[in-house]
Design a protein around this ligand. Structure first.
Ligand SMILES: Nc1ncnc2c1ncn2[C@@H]1O[C@H](COP(=O)(O)OP(=O)(O)O)[C@@H](O)[C@H]1O
Ligand SMILES: [Mg+2]
Length: 413
């Protein structure tokens, strides 16, 4: 019976769902590593675990190794060390290496975490990516702009959730970047990239021992950059009913990119659900933007579940625990709408149109987390509330999403 160790800083709702998916798997022994104490583990989950080890910081590989040592003594040798959060991927890889637990090692995990290294590996493998460079100074950034021209994108080397991503279109934007205190330095270099004007998509891939066995994909409306630049824009993600172009056209590029990233020992490192973001520009030309070796956010996991009639989190748990995945057939279209407020202020003071939207969308609405008056302004592009919809047709989902974002209005004050 494999012994799986799942890492999560705190037992928040989402993390608990991921941990519970492992706990409910037949034939798995589950242990947990967390910053939260034992008493914070929800009762139902606690009944089903074989062990728990509390650490001060889940980001510290040394503490993870100590926890692994303790758990393997009390529960048995550890077969997998896993966790869903992007920020855990490097520390877990480091701990696997030191504690000799099978799975992705730091050299490979870094390719998924470090945007500069990722693009270098992809470029070397002939995978289309934007021209990019890690710049350690303003002069180097200027030289990069001279070579590719405006506009360029700058972002942190190991970013997540579009934080601190900026489009630079002019000398004035460069000055603004400096004023924001984001000037690149040798200690804090910036990832600079040629700006790709494009529509933005995702490709979720299940790989076993480095071989892609199943794919799904979504489209972002509008692009995360636009969502970031225009805080009032309400945001949607669509997972269509059809398995068709442009997603199917992207499969070959996705395959080549993952093969390059997994490296020459895919039988060890290449069992994963990956979340790749990619651009479709005029031409048409496709580019890989970035890829995470972890389940996707922005409601894509529940959307994949709805469209394929499964619990995707439990499918992921099964993949990680047993290197096993049965390809899924798509039966529905699904979408997510993210409600974001307008106006100055940092608290929600008014939510309009909810009842009307719910009535209009009818049975397509699967889940609604309504924004509430008094709620603090959300950080990042997920906003203050979410609606999940499902329909037999892609058009039905598009209509429902449009109705939701046009009818629901959130105001800050
Ligand atoms: N080279 C680029 N060209 C155009 N848009 C980009 C580029 N790089 C990033 N973006 C925009 O910025 C967003 C965030 O960048 P991304 O590389 O995905 O970082 P993060 O890890 O923060 O998600 C992307 O979803 C995309 O909209
Ligand atoms: Mg991204």
């Amino acid at each position: 019976m494999p012994h799986i160790v799942f890492v999560a800083p705190h037992f928040l709702e989402n993390t608990t769902r991921y941990a519970s998916a492992f706990a409910q798997l037949e034939g798995v022994k589950l242990s947990l590593i967390s910053e939260d104490p034992d008493r914070a583990i929800p009762a139902e989950l606690k009944q089903r675990i074989a062990g728990h080890h509390q650490v001060r910081s889940v980001s510290d590989p040394t503490q993870l190794v100590l926890a692994l040592t303790g758990l393997s003594r009390r529960v048995g040798p550890v077969d997998r060390l896993t966790g869903a959060l992007e920020q855990l991927q490097m520390p877990m890889a480091e701990a696997r290496q030191r504690a000799d637990v099978p799975g992705m090692r730091p050299d490979i995990a870094r390719r998924f975490r470090d945007k500069d290294l990722m693009k270098q590996v992809l470029r070397r493998a002939g995978v289309p990516v934007a021209a990019s460079q890690l710049v350690p100074s303003l002069d180097a950034l200027r030289a990069f702009i001279d070579s590719v021209g405006y506009p360029v994108i700058v972002k942190p080397q190991a970013g997540v959730g579009s934080r601190a991503t900026h489009r630079i279109e002019s000398e004035g934007d460069l000055a603004a970047l400096v004023q924001l205190g984001l000037e690149p330095t040798p200690q804090r270099p910036l990832q600079a990239e040629q700006f790709i004007r494009a529509r933005e998509f995702t490709c979720e891939t299940v790989s076993i021992h480095g071989k892609a066995v199943w794919r799904s994909g979504t489209r972002y409306f509008p692009t995360p950059l636009e969502v970031l630049e225009k805080p009032w824009v309400q945001y949607c993600v669509l997972l269509p009913r059809e398995v068709e172009a442009p997603w199917t056209d992207f499969a070959a590029i996705n395959g080549a990119a993952l093969e390059a990233l997994f490296g020459d020992k895919p039988q060890v490192t290449g069992t994963a659900l990956t979340h790749m973001e990619w651009f479709l520009a005029d031409g048409p030309k496709m580019y890989v933007n970035e890829v995470g070796a972890r389940p996707p956010g922005v409601q894509i996991m529940p959307m994949m579940g709805l469209t394929h009639g499964v619990d995707m989190i439990s499918k992921w748990a099964e993949l990680i625990s047993f290197d096993r995945f049965t390809p899924l057939e798509r039966k529905w279209a699904a979408g997510a709408a993210f409600f974001r407020g307008q106006g100055p202020g940092d608290t929600v003071v008014e939510v309009r149109g909810l009842e009307e939207a719910v009535a209009k969308v009818g049975s397509a609405l699967v889940e609604l987390r309504a924004p509430k008056v008094g709620q603090p302004k959300g950080s990042g592009y997920e906003g203050e509330g979410t609606a999940l919809v499902k329909h037999a047709t892609t058009e039905g989902v598009k209509q429902a999403l449009l109705t939701l974002i046009e009818t629901v209005q959130v105001r800050y004050g």
